[in-house]
Ligand binder design. Structure first.
Ligand SMILES: Nc1ncnc2c1ncn2[C@@H]1O[C@H](COP(=O)(O)OP(=O)(O)OP(=O)(O)O)[C@@H](O)[C@H]1O
Length: 261
């Protein structure tokens, strides 16, 4: 097969919580450089899928591979180090730190400088700090809030706090950036700006996984879409295929497939 290689492969993943099968033999991949949408009605298993990819949950069976490496049973920080970063549905910033500091915390998770270098401010630490400050400002520029780098995170508008969350995830230097409902609480104008930002992030070389309820946003920004319902993959394709897929329409309208077609 030619074309972009699979960066992340979800291979036949099942996860059960007691009697509930939250994911049932789910298989799909995320290709390098694409924006993949993961959608489905409430309770379909999207967040669970995210949590399996990022090491929060362990799959009952099946495998997740990233860049060819099996992620199953790896700890969360190891997965971050391999190059997967995420944002959360609920904003999780350090509100009493500045915007820049919030991004630097993300970069530090990846820093190669040891504890003693930092404690005694050895030259290696100072050089690394200067480089990570510069990189953090670049990232803030990409997400559009560089001018506000000195302000407390709590002073930012809701929309800018979401941008900062994305910046902080980018600062860990990921290959894959997973966005969990980034448009929650946004008005239509903010959603349009978010679409531009997601495209820009991809153009900067990141691969993006997007979980999002807003169909217009998902259809407008993704290259491909995977649809889950009751823990099963019911469709996969480019946005125009998904828009016209009777099973997807039925899942969203909550009617039988025959009735929807
Ligand atoms: N830790 C857990 N323990 C038990 N059940 C869970 C757990 N996490 C998720 N579930 C269940 O798994 C199913 C899938 O939930 P999940 O949160 O992944 O869906 P979702 O598609 O992300 O939904 P939403 O759009 O509402 O966020 C639900 O029935 C949920 O109650």
């Amino acid at each position: 097969m030619t074309g972009p290689k699979a960066l992340l492969e979800v291979d036949n993943v099942t996860i059960r919580f007691g009697g509930l099968t939250a994911l049932d033999s789910v298989t799909f991949d995320i290709r390098e450089g694409e924006i993949l949408g993961l959608i489905g009605p409430n309770g379909a298993g999207k967040t669970t899928c995210f949590n399996v990819m990022t090491g929060v949950y362990q799959a009952t069976s099946g495998q997740v591979r990233f860049d060819g490496k099996v992620l199953t049973r790896l700890k969360r920080h190891k997965i971050t180090k391999l190059g997967i970063a995420r944002t959360f549905q609920n904003i999780r910033l350090f509100k009493s730190m500045t915007v820049l500091e919030n991004v630097m915390v993300g970069a530090d998770a990846h820093s190669k400088v040891g504890f003693f270098d930092a404690l005694f401010r050895l030259p290696r630490h100072r050089r690394t700090e200067a480089a990570s400050t510069a990189r953090a400002k670049e990232i803030l520029e990409i997400v559009g809030i560089r001018a506000r780098h000195d302000e407390l995170a709590s002073n930012l508008s809701y929309g800018d706090q979401r941008r900062l969350e994305i910046a902080r995830a980018m600062a860990t230097g990921p290959k894959l950036l997973c966005l969990d409902e980034p448009a929650a609480g946004f008005n239509p104008a903010e959603k349009l700006r978010l679409m531009e930002l997601i495209r820009r992030v991809r153009d900067e070389g990141y691969t993006v996984l997007l979980i999002e309820h807003d169909m217009r946003l998902v259809m407008g920004v993704t290259d491909r879409i995977v649809v889950l319902e009751f823990g099963r993959k019911i469709a996969e394709g480019v946005p125009s295929e998904i828009r016209d897929n009777p099973a997807v329409i039925a899942a969203y309208l909550g009617v039988d497939e025959e009735d929807a077609s």
